[in-house]
Design a protein around this ligand. Structure first.
Ligand SMILES: *Cc1c(COP(=O)(O)O)cnc(C)c1O
Length: 418
């Protein structure tokens, strides 16, 4: 069973000042989770989490994470500028884009960010843009083929297809890139790879670490390159379904440590720094979308219409993603109604839940859509002229802070020429 981090009474109180729909984030949960991550990887003295800004691009959130020691992983101009405005600059920024425009390389370089190159051809682009090479550069690796993990009787627990992914360099290209970059004056190197998304397995990071550690040792051996860091990137998942189990971040940390000891220690590379760029794991469970039931409709199926729509949360429409829903004040009521919970877009995929067993929902009920703290608000859009909601922070002292106001019609019309 999933329990919201906020009570119905508190939500009704908040809704008086900030009408639904809105996003609410849990400061306590965010901070506690960030501290546990740090503890789990404390065996690596250089450990650093670069929060994937794209997951929750909200200054109030970035500042909390920065206070907990996290940097920012950026992949666009807006994300770079937002980090800068939050006081996060220099090597506290990882710039990890793909198909990168010149202007973004220039901005990342001006900020002193660590630059992670997605492709070998970008070496010349970066050189052309900034006129020299930074002392430290990272390269993104794509091993190709299929990446599988945790074979079970039902099939593979985690399976992704790096061979079909647009990211990263092949093995040969990584060796070429390291040689070329060394000749161009780069002194220290990072290696990055992202092979699977939303993994509910304590083995994903250790398996990925094996791949990167082995590659790092070979690169060191064959090119003489100094390896400064390995970046395991994102991909650690969260349990969206109530019956799924949480990852154990301490087991993940221990698993990666074993790989470090086994592969890097014998070749004298155990001091290589370990970086992560988690997004979902850092924020997903600590944010929810709060919406109100405004209509019910009984045709061939039973529908509950809410005041949020896919523009506020795209994951169910886009990926068929499951997000648990709590009907506030009815937590213990029997779930003996089967509903589609829908928004108002003229798109039949605008459904937060399909055939979901829920307590009887009445007009005016508040619904909490769980685990939307990452890749939730961030993927919002304006189809049908729907406006983006406010984002609020439930602070540790119980007060509420506005992080982003709701969009207005004026905002929506601002870019139009009449
Ligand atoms: C999206 C992304 C992340 C974060 O992924 P999560 O699945 O949210 O952990 C990290 N690094 C890069 C380069 C990304 O594109």
């Amino acid at each position: 069973m999933k329990t919201p981090f906020v009570t119905k009474e508190k939500l009704e109180e908040i809704a008086k000042e900030y009408p639904t729909p809105f996003y609410l984030y849990d400061e306590r949960g965010i901070r506690e989770n960030a501290r546990e991550l740090k503890k789990a990887f404390a065996w690596n003295p250089g450990f650093r989490e670069y929060f994937a800004v794209k997951a929750t691009p909200t200054p109030g959130i970035l500042k909390i994470l920065n206070q907990e020691g996290c940097g920012c992983d950026c992949s666009s101009m807006a994300e770079l500028v937002m980090s800068e405005k939050c006081g996060v600059t220099g090597e506290n920024i990882m710039f990890s884009s793909n198909d990168t425009p010149d202007s973004e390389f220039q901005k990342a370089y001006n900020l002193g960010a660590l630059i992670n190159l997605d492709d070998i051809t970008l070496i010349d682009d970066l050189y052309r843009v900034i006129g020299k090479m930074p002392e430290i550069i990272s390269c993104r690796y794509n091993p190709g083929g299929k990446f599988t993990l945790g074979e079970t009787r039902e099939g593979f627990q985690v399976m992704d297809n790096p061979g079909d992914a647009k990211y990263g360099m092949t093995r040969d290209q990584i060796f070429q890139a390291f040689r070329k970059l060394s000749e161009m004056g780069v002194k220290r190197f990072g290696l990055h790879a992202f092979l699977a998304s939303n993994t509910l397995s304590n083995d994903y990071f250790p398996e990925l670490a094996k791949i990167l550690c082995r590659l790092a040792a070979e690169l060191r051996q064959e090119t003489g390159a100094e390896i400064a860091f390995l970046n395991l990137s994102g991909g650690v998942g969260i349990p969206y379904l109530p019956e799924q189990n949480k990852n154990n971040i301490y087991a993940i940390g221990e698993g990666v440590k074993r790989v470090w000891d086994e592969i890097l220690k014998p070749v004298g590379l155990e001091n290589v720094k370990l970086y992560t760029e988690l997004g979902r794991y850092m924020l997903g469970p600590y944010g929810c979308l709060v919406t109100r039931a405004i209509h019910e409709k009984h045709i061939y199926k039973e529908y509950i219409g809410v005041d949020a729509c896919a523009c506020n949360l795209m994951r169910p429409a886009m990926y068929g993603a499951y997000h648990h829903i709590s009907v506030m004040g009815k937590e213990n009521a029997p779930c003996n109604n089967i509903y589609d919970v829908v928004g108002g877009l003229c798109e039949n995929n605008d459904k937060f839940a399909i055939d979901r067993a829920l307590p009887k929902i009445d007009r005016g009920d508040l619904l909490v859509i769980h685990d939307t703290g990452a890749h939730g608000f961030a993927m919002g859009y304006n189809y049908n002229g729907k406006l983006k909601s406010a984002e609020l922070l439930l602070k540790q002292d119980g007060s509420v802070e506005l992080l982003r106001r709701a969009e207005t019609l004026d905002d929506y019309f601002r870019t139009l020429v009449w």
